[in-house]
Design a protein around this ligand. Structure first.
Ligand code: 13P
Length: 253
């Protein structure tokens, strides 16, 4: 297993001055000898500014989405190569908000993953079921479909630098976190899906939990054997809470 990873997904939040204050507070509060890798994912327009602010802090930069296309007549899109060009290391693909609100299909998510990976970005592939799907007992079926759509499009070796985030839709922004046991069950299932193609890649793969992660619940989640960190929404906008989450992940892998 690599280092534990905590990524902050800022979603549609931030401002030039507020961003600088937030990342400076996070950088100042992180321990020097870090066993946790920390990433922030601001809106696209702030990426170049933040690349400068984060220089030398050890905090990495990620995008919240990425185009499946490399260049051309695709108005409004931002390519993986452009994200690399401005200093991104990671790109979130297939966030449930993109799937639900902007119609991103499994097939499109797979193409975005491939575009990110081949441009040298590390994709953070988000998967997770809705409450209705969980109540129908369809969690594993949904997660299998979402993970296999990508694994069937790229090679399992392309997961060597990728990250998967299990984000149950019912836990996102609701304050209702999955219990550590509920999350662990799905994380183990996801690792098994990858292990069916490559035991080596599965053993190294970082699988993050996302959905109402806070300083107060992070430690119990990160203690589970297949939870290798977190993808954090709301709490990533609060430096003190985000730092608590980072310290909970420190040394948990
Ligand atoms: P919250 O932490 O606000 O529930 O959001 C989780 C999420 O969607 C991260 O990508």
């Amino acid at each position: 297993m690599g280092r534990a990873l905590v990524a902050g997904n800022w979603k549609l939040n931030g401002s030039r001055t507020g961003n600088v204050a937030l990342v400076r507070s996070i950088a100042a509060g992180l321990a020097r000898d870090r066993t946790v890798e920390v990433v922030v994912c601001p809106p696209f327009v702030y990426l170049p500014d933040l690349a400068v602010t984060l220089d030398g802090t050890g905090i990495a930069l990620g995008a919240q989405s990425v185009s499946a296309e490399a260049s051309g007549a695709f108005t409004g899109e931002v390519s993986a190569g452009m994200l690399r060009d401005v200093g991104c290391r990671y790109a979130i693909v297939g966030h449930s908000e993109r799937r639900a609100l902007y119609g991103e299909t499994d097939a499109l998510v797979a193409r975005k993953f491939a575009a990110a990976q081949s441009a040298g970005l590390q994709p953070i592939l988000c998967v997770g079921e809705t409450l209705a799907e969980r109540n129908q007992g369809a969690t594993e079926q949904v997660v299998r479909r979402q993970v296999e759509a990508v694994m069937n499009h790229v090679s399992v070796d392309d997961f060597a630098t990728a990250v998967i985030a299990y984000e149950p839709v019912w836990a996102i922004g609701t304050g209702q976190t999955a219990t550590p046991e509920q999350a662990q069950d799905v994380h183990a299932f996801i690792r098994g899906l990858v292990a069916a193609r490559s035991g080596r890649i599965a053993a190294e793969l970082r699988i993050l939990y996302g959905g109402s992660v806070k300083g107060s619940n992070a430690r119990a989640l990160f203690r589970m054997p297949d939870i290798d960190g977190g993808l954090v929404g709301g709490a990533s906008l609060d430096a003190a809470d985000f730092l608590l989450i980072c310290s909970a992940a420190s040394g948990s892998c």
